[in-house]
Design a protein around this ligand. Structure first.
Ligand SMILES: NC(=O)c1ccc[n+]([C@@H]2O[C@H](COP(=O)([O-])OP(=O)(O)OC[C@H]3O[C@@H](n4cnc5c(N)ncnc54)[C@H](OP(=O)(O)O)[C@@H]3O)[C@@H](O)[C@H]2O)c1
Length: 313
């Protein structure tokens, strides 16, 4: 495993990190086995959230004796995960969420605490001015949290308009954002902005939050996602996008491996993937292999898909 500096935090994070969003309740044994595999592999950063069912409690149990593992958790200041859901943030809610996360994770302090899924300019503005952001800053000053930040909701903000404001604010140490070969918008402006301001970048959805049907997990699922982009006018309804072999140039890599390699080849600090089984965790470790992806494949992915401005799943 290789490690990269996480912005200006002084933390050194594994270039692959693990997203513990799913499986804690439905498949607890596999969840625990996946965490053990993650630790064995040298991954030292795990992402969770108050609303990932059972994840914080299960992590709290699995990480006993692993105080060196870095945990990033998140508080959702919205009613739910849908792009149009109401903003519900309050300063008291921020503080209560941090305290509950500390208890569930069985930790004395949170390594990284994020406002979860910031989605509209108006709600971001509220979060910054209604005492919520101030509450996060105070938690950091009190030592309950080491570093603070926000994550975006890329289905609602494919061009990262909120991060364009948040990163230069100087308030946030870390952001969680989407970068994958079907949503490359962060590469030209947000990642350099984060570098310039010393803000750490943890990438989410490197496989485009795939389902078995659509996403960067197989040729068929990737082609389905491309088809959805075509249907929404984000890609031309013409070759090579309509060709069955449009992604054959990625061989011999599988689609998930090529997708992870694409992200690792960017100027990001850590690429956080979700995978529910130890076998999949192990498969994904194959991507940790500089230079990750050769210039020809990188350029081809950039020219084919670099114009997409909306996330489609
Ligand atoms: N707004 C936010 O803050 C936000 C939003 C989304 C995600 N996140 C965080 O980012 C993490 C990563 O994003 P994500 O999990 O949503 O999306 P992702 O990593 O892009 O994709 C995960 C999907 O890919 C599948 N998969 C993983 N490796 C595979 C492989 N080698 N072969 C085939 N399928 C594979 C997983 O299946 P199985 O699960 O069935 O193994 C899962 O369905 C999350 O876990 C979460 O911690 C944050």
């Amino acid at each position: 495993m290789r490690y990269r500096p996480l912005g200006r935090t002084g933390l050194s994070v594994s270039e692959l990190s693990y997203g513990a969003a799913r499986g804690a309740i439905e498949t607890p044994d596999e969840f625990a086995a996946s965490i053990a595999t993650v630790i064995d592999a040298g991954i030292n950063l795990i992402d969770t959230a108050e609303h990932y069912d059972g994840s914080e409690e299960a992590l709290g149990a699995a990480l006993v004796g692993h105080d060196d593992m870095l945990v990033q958790t998140k508080h959702l200041p919205y009613a739910d995960f849908s792009p149009e859901s109401a903003y519900t943030g309050t300063p008291e809610g921020v503080v209560a969420a941090a305290e509950q996360s500390l208890r569930r994770l069985r930790r004395d302090r949170l390594d990284i605490f994020l406002g979860h899924g910031m989605r509209t300019a108006a709600s971001y503005e509220q979060f910054m001015n209604d005492g919520c952001c101030e509450a996060m800053v105070k938690l950091k000053a009190q030592g309950k949290v080491r570093f603070i930040g926000i994550s975006e909701l890329s289905e609602a903000d494919g061009t990262h308009e909120i991060l364009k404001q948040a990163v230069p604010s100087g308030i946030f140490d870390v952001v969680m954002l989407t970068v994958n070969f079907l949503l490359q918008t962060a590469i030209d402006d947000i990642l350099p902005l984060c570098r310039a301001h010393g803000v750490g970048t943890v990438v989410m959805m490197p496989l485009n939050q795939a389902s078995a049907v659509s996403g960067l997990v197989s040729i068929d699922a990737a082609r389905e996602c491309i088809r959805r982009h075509i249907d929404h006018g984000n890609l031309p309804d013409a070759p090579p996008y309509t060709d069955a072999d449009v992604l054959d140039f990625l061989k011999p890599y599988s689609i998930p491996e090529a997708a992870l390699r694409f992200v690792l080849a960017q100027e990001i600090d850590s690429c956080c993937f979700g995978a529910r089984t130890p076998g999949r965790v192990r498969q994904n470790l194959a991507a940790v292999d500089p230079p990750y992806l050769d210039p020809d494949r990188l350029a081809r992915l950039r020219s084919l898909f670099g114009g997409i401005r909306w996330q489609m799943r």
